[in-house]
Design a protein around this ligand. Sequence first.
Ligand code: PEP
Ligand code: MG
Length: 883
Amino acid sequence: AKWVYRFGDGMAEGRADMRNLLGGKGANLAEMSSLGLPVPPGFSITTEVCTYYYAHDKGFPDDLKKQVDDGVAHIEKIVGMKFGDPNAPLLVSVRSGARVSMPGMMDTVLNLGLNDETAAGLAKQSGDERFAYDSYRRFIQMYGNVVLGVEHHHFEEILDLHKSDLGVSLDTDLTAENWKKVIAEYKAKVEEELGKPFPQDPRTQLWGAIGAVFASWNIPRAITYRKLNNIPEDWGTAVNVQAMVFGNMGNDCATGVAFTRNPSTGEKEFYGEYLVNAQGEDVVAGIRTPQHLTLAGKKANNSTLPAMEEVMPEVFSQLNDVRQQLETHYRDMQDIEFTVQKGKLYMLQTRNGKRTAQAALKIAVDLCNEGLIDKKTAVARIDPASLDQLLHPTLDPKAKREVIARGLPASPGAASGKVVFTADDAEDRAAKGDKVILVRVETSPEDIHGMHAAVGILTTRGGMTSHAAVVARGMGRPCVSGAGELRIDGKAKVMIVKGHKIQEGDLITIDGGTGEVMAGAVPTIEPQLSGDFATLMGWADEARKLKIRTNAETPLDARTARKFGAEGIGLCRTEHMFFDGDRIVAMREMIMAEDVEGRKKALAKILPMQRQDFVELFEIMKGLPVTIRLLDPPLHEFLPHSAEEMAEVAAAAGVPVDAVAARAAALHESNPMLGHRGCRLGITYPEIYEMQARAIFEALAHVKQTSGDTAEAEIMIPLVGIPKELTLMKAIIDRVAAEVEAESKVKLPYSVGTMIELPRAALLAGEIAKDAAFFSFGTNDLTQTTFGLSRDDAARFIQAYERQGILARDPFITLDADGVGELVKLAAERGRKTRPDIKLGICGEHGGDPASIHFCAQQGLNYVSCSPYRVPIAKLAAAQAAL
Ligand code: PEP
Ligand code: MG
């Protein structure tokens, strides 16, 4: 079998579309090499070897050795140096590379091939003894830790001791002779820890590193990252072995990372950072403050350090050409890594760059306008869920703010929360319901869980490409990085800035769009929905077939949803209207009444208020359908609890308090969600639905008479499981409609339908459709009743199901296509058979979930209905489902 794919010198055995086999890094190195870009030669060992490795007790296929040897020979031939050659040794890097990037999660070994002999050779060959021995000690440290498992602190301690003996504080202050001593002690330490010497044979080193990279697929932080990002266990990683190039051989050397467009704003500008005389991980680790690539970048960030454009204009211009070439080739914004060795440029990586939601929109729209992609591709490029970041409030520019520090605008959005200083504290406090801002000097992959738990992230060190910045952007968390004025005392759990002392638990606000850090919580405002957002939404609207409605019962929600482009209301839950102010008292009076007359008297008080509710909704939604669901929740929920509430009801109804208490006790239910709720209320107390129908029709008549234009009312009966329930309720509604039409002389635009939210309703859909002009799938209850799983309690244990792989997703978030989905399918089929033009929609929470929307599109539903803020997400998901 072919396990190894070579690249370099303008050729490659792999291609960009082979990422499943070669990993993202390997596939793109191959592609860049084929494009003739300056890529150091190397080879990728496939992800299939990773699979083999785990299936065979960490062993390798027999024929791998020969292929790796050939790969090494291939590199040797191109660079003209030999692996292990004591005079001019070839050195290689060994890096992981999964199908999708998992930044910093797995292991890497650099400078591999160094030993006592080759280090001397490197010194001679480079003419820089200090560089050679610095490289060797870095290698021992990295290899010792990653491959041999010697803990980091052992090396740190030796180095620190040397520095204090020499009275110096920086690594750069150490000479070649100093490094040689450090190396001797490093080696002794390794031998002491392992009982055998540090491996001197380069081939042994190489196989050790290859094994370590495969093994790092299953280290805890990689496993956590995969969980958080839904990356399957069985993908595995590839291993890339590549000739080393050095960015740390002097001042004509550099290393850097860049984005072909600005990853925060999407602006078409070359955006990146570099360090002179440094190795790649120095940039990412955020240890030295990086310099900007361009003059514009330097200026925009008020940097005093020279830009690459000034320092190495020729290499910069070559890099800028590569930038253009990559964008044209990949038709997307790229995230690149490069090294300059003695004035020569080398490309080490390219991949589609992570970006904020705002940047994603701008880049997709711009690329389309530039003719690189079409509208459909632009629509497909945006992750619907990411729009959430744009739809939420930003800081009110008029609000008073006390800026206490400034850092880099690493990931946009504003967040206020309580300060915590460790990832564990972030997780603990968040679990208790606090909003927290995680404050760290810098973050590392070990902090992922805390970053996830936090509403925002603040670091005192590191640039726009630091770990914190990259991960926060990916997660959609606001982040300010490199706020250097802050001093953190992790032990005491305080930070100090400009005389302010901020303790754990104190409130701060960060603005990831400006880099500002503020004391206290600062008020926010609604987002702007124009520009690129509107353009892309327009393209989504052209593509989609599903209509998008909203779940709304208040005028505010209805207006918000209209602003987002909702095409009607798919669910108006009328019970919310009964809990408001005085109404709850009248409602309780109604429930407490002993007879029809008593109930009617109480309902008469509610009628005008309810009518006014509908007038407003119909006016806002003019011309669009409004689905109004008649009273649904268990009566139980309306019962008075406290003595005060009982007294209030007693007074309103003119009955003794004892009678109220007795009635409340009598109405108590042990399983209210399966009890006296839904249309069962209409069956037992028809006057309730009658009042609601009257309120709806009088409102319709009123709006039609006053504005001549009104919404279309779709009256919906909840929790039907028996066809006769619907028949009876529909008869009441039709009768009231006829009465109001006669009274008002207005023809009322309405229809009657039902929710399908019980398995029995789905099964009997054919029969139910005789009386239903429409079905709306209430997938919250349908999920609850199909699984026999309480929607109010499942959250407590559903995660255990996800962790153990019993359920891939929480079925209350993403529709369970296998079970609940089957019922939806069947009901749609049976309903359509009876009534071919039946209108079908969904109004459970799933209506705003992209995966569930795909399912609804597949079933040919007419619309999905979701909460107002999810309307744009649903539109985009619906468009993608139609592509
Ligand atoms: C449902 O059950 O899916 C639904 C939309 O109704 P509710 O959430 O109000 O029960
Ligand atoms: Mg329901």
